[in-house]
Design a binder for this molecule. Sequence first.
Ligand SMILES: [Zn+2]
Length: 185
Amino acid sequence: MSNFATLADRNRSFAERAGHRALTSVMPKVPVFVVTCLDPRTDPASFLGVAPGDAPVIRNAGGRVTDEVINDVAFIAYMAEALGAGGSDGPTLEVAIVHHTKCGTGFLADPGFRATFAARSGLDDRALEAEAVIDPEATVRTDVDRLVTSPKLTSSVVVSGHVYDLDTGLVTTVIRGATPLASLR
Ligand SMILES: [Zn+2]
């Protein structure tokens, strides 16, 4: 039996409850686009209390701002703008990048571990090294910077950076709110 069978069982219980039918709007109830790690310990549903219908979430290794993440943020920002989200003076889209302590991407800082994976995957060794989240405060600053300097985003987006500490359970804000440098509006 596959491990997914456990989740499929839970899905049947979920479908029997009526809650999901109330989720009729694609517009988030708490309009914050969360980018965080795929680590099973860092589910925004638990540590940020994100409930279904609340917020768009992207999770990848480390919660890093990749080209794909930038493309998705640009798309959601455009959609929010087109659907008239945000006030006349407020941001159309708020993005929160959350890195965390004890991140599994830290293994990529080990040259031997990284070299074997680089050879197997064909991925670039230096790019993999840069993916490692050893100091989440530093990497979250790098990624906020990466997002706000992208020419794909308009000044209607506001980006903040945070660190989730697995030991205390607390999220600390590192960068409160930065605006993209590009102005495509
Ligand atoms: Zn992680």
